[in-house]
Design a protein around this ligand. Structure first.
Ligand code: AMP
Ligand code: ZN
Length: 142
């Protein structure tokens, strides 16, 4: 996509600090990090979000996250690492080219990745669970 900043970064047309690159992905340091070492994994082929990402790329992405994340843990000496990914504006996505955040965490760092817990209506959710199951079966029959 010609006007997508992550397409340009992934292609090397806009400079970035790259910590990993292969045929399909580039992993760069985030320009506005949540913590020291915050990185984002970008596929080189444009896809707006997880649901547009080809299955093969989605499967490879988690393997790259595992490999790069393990090295980051050692290099930054962090105590943990959040791997997270936003789909859609309502979910906090601001750049509409799929990316996975790799966020090193340090004990007591105060990085605010959290949510308030509510209560679950399990009877209503049983109906939704069946609906999800049906939809997946339908998609798999296609
Ligand atoms: P999200 O809110 O999940 O869409 O995350 C977008 C992320 O991309 C944010 O953490 C931004 O700080 C980061 N970001 C935006 N532009 C750049 C850039 N030019 N280089 C590196 N990271 C960027
Ligand atoms: Zn793009």
């Amino acid at each position: 996509m010609s006007d997508c900043i992550f397409c340009k970064i992934a292609a090397g047309e806009i400079p970035s600090v790259t910590l990993y690159e292969d045929e399909d992905f580039r992993v760069i340091f985030d320009i506005a990090p949540a913590s020291k070492g915050h990185a984002v994994l970008l596929p080189k082929a444009h896809a707006a979000n997880l649901f547009e990402l080809p299955e093969e790329t989605a499967a490879k992405a988690i393997l790259v996250a595992k490999k790069v994340g393990a090295a980051m843990m050692e290099v930054f000496g962090c105590d943990g690492l959040n791997v997270l990914q936003n789909n859609g504006e309502a979910a906090g996505q601001t750049v509409f080219h799929y990316h996975m955040h790799l966020i090193p965490r340090y004990a007591g760092d105060g990085v605010g990745i959290s949510w308030k817990t509510g209560s679950a209506d399990m009877d209503a959710l049983k109906v939704k669970a069946a609906e999800v199951g049906e939809l997946i079966k339908k998609a798999e029959r296609k």
